[in-house]
Design a binder for this molecule. Structure first.
Ligand SMILES: Cc1cc2nc3c(=O)[nH]c(=O)nc-3n(C[C@H](O)[C@H](O)[C@H](O)COP(=O)(O)OP(=O)(O)OC[C@H]3O[C@@H](n4cnc5c(N)ncnc54)[C@H](O)[C@@H]3O)c2cc1C
Length: 415
């Protein structure tokens, strides 16, 4: 039995999907991610870059539609199968997994309401795309608004004193959008479409938001330079600017009346998926350390023969397994309910990304000096894992929000 089969309910189909995703992660993603990691942000997205080879190959296999239901042309996967595939892809490279995952964001957001216009204009063309010529992004954070944009139902979220930097207002048969999104928008400078989360009713603070699934070739849209950063260098990121952009009404997913609830549903999916990705990254780091400890001879013995190394590896393994269990459970649960238990997704995100970071950190310790060199994958895994503590919400603020919710809602069996 392999440890990955601890889940006795895995079907033959689940195992086949996992095998195929693992092959893609190993043969395509890892080599490409290594090349991209050493490039400048401009080289990463240049025409002919290996980034586009990855995207095209991923789209050919349908991995851009993992999250999209089958009636619209998606892969027709159960939530468990989605998690299985994403763990393998993140084992290959979390940066590239985020790239192909966020590419689906406008279509994924549109599928939550499934209006006919959105199905025809956004979801179906994206699912049918096989050459990565349609790439989505998620524009929610702003230069002056990071953590506070990701805390629905936290008191500050409906504070009217908070003035967002990207706003929409109705003008006849269209919305006019002005402002900008932060330099952190994943796939921001290469995206053709955006799931734009912006403010519509300032009297409600962030809660007065609106969600659009919109094309980015409209007059008035411009992009910043690709961001140069420490980890996940294979993931393009950059600002998007909106200067009196006229967006036809049919691209609206939801207005202020539904914004906060839809954002919570969205975050319940994205944060638990960050936990799923963490299982892939943590497992990759654990496997690197295990393999290295078996071959490195120090003081006349292989490292693996030393009890302290065995103990370290056990604790790393525990974190990998625990991360997979809680993340998969939180994701599956929240995909099966219309009133998400966001606190479990936040456990997955906060516990999982911390675990991935700690496992990568311990792995470097096992590698010794070699762990700091570019010769070994572990150095990149460590930088990638570091970014995850902030990605999709800083762990500190997410924990504050989850704690606030728990205090109010935690039920006791004894009443
Ligand atoms: C790899 C990566 C990918 C990303 N992808 C996207 C994307 O696709 N789209 C997008 O829009 N954004 C994206 N982001 C942005 C990300 O969501 C933000 O970086 C994150 O929410 C934190 O916001 P910030 O960086 O502005 O930090 P800040 O909000 O300025 O926080 C800085 C520090 O202050 C703390 N802090 C903030 N508020 C409070 C508070 N009320 N109480 C106590 N402490 C507080 C935080 O915990 C943190 O430690 C991405 C970020 C990364 C790193």
């Amino acid at each position: 039995m392999s440890y990955l089969d601890l889940d006795l309910d895995l079907t033959e189909e689940d195992k086949e999907l996992r095998k195929a995703a693992h092959r893609f992660a190993k043969e395509v993603m890892r080599p490409i991610a290594k090349q991209l990691d050493e490039m400048t942000p401009e080289q990463v997205i240049a025409k002919g870059s290996p980034f586009w080879d990855f995207m095209r190959k991923g789209y050919e296999l349908g991995y851009h539609t993992v999250l999209i239901p089958e009636p619209y042309g998606g892969m027709d996967l159960t939530p468990k199968q989605q998690a299985i595939i994403y763990e393998e892809l993140a084992w290959g490279s979390v940066g590239l997994t985020v790239a192909i995952g966020v590419a689906a964001f406008p279509a994924f957001g549109a599928s939550l309401v499934a209006e006919q216009d959105l199905i025809e204009k956004i979801i179906e063309p994206f699912c049918a795309c096989r050459d990565a010529s349609i790439v989505g992004c998620w524009g929610i954070t702003e230069p002056d608004h990071g953590s506070d944009t990701l805390l629905p139902f936290y008191p500050s979220f409906s504070d009217p004193a908070i003035k967002a930097q990207c706003r929409a207002r109705l003008d006849g048969d269209a919305y006019i959008i002005n402002g900008q999104k932060s330099a952190w928008v994943s796939c921001g400078t290469v995206a053709t479409h955006c799931a734009l989360f912006c403010q519509m009713d300032p009297s409600m603070g962030h809660a007065g938001g609106a969600i659009f699934a919109m094309p980015l070739d409209l007059p008035g849209v411009s992009k910043g330079a690709p961001l140069n950063k420490h980890g996940q260098r294979d993931l393009n990121q950059g600002e998007i600017f909106f200067d009196n952009v006229r967006v036809p009404k049919e691209y609206l997913i939801a207005g202020p009346e539904a914004y906060e609830a839809l954002l919570e549903i969205t975050l319940s999916a994205t944060t638990s998926l960050m936990g799923v990705f963490s299982a892939g990254v943590a497992r990759a780091a654990f496997e690197e350390a295990l393999a290295y400890a078996k071959t490195r001879v120090q003081g006349g013995k292989t490292l693996i023969e030393y009890p302290t190394i065995q103990e370290k590896l056990f604790h790393m393994f525990s974190k990998v397994e625990t991360t997979r269990r809680i993340s998969r459970a939180a994701y599956i649960y929240n995909q099966n309910t219309s009133t998400p238990a966001e606190e479990y997704s936040l456990v997955a995100k906060v516990f999982g990304t911390n675990a991935a970071y700690e496992v990568a950190h311990e792995a470097i310790q096992i590698f010794g000096g070699n762990g700091l060199t570019k010769e070994y994958l572990i150095e990149k895994l460590y930088r990638d894992a570091r970014a995850m503590l902030i990605e999709d919400g800083s762990n500190d603020t997410l924990a504050i929000a989850a704690g606030h919710k728990l205090i109010k809602t935690y039920p006791r069996l004894d009443g």
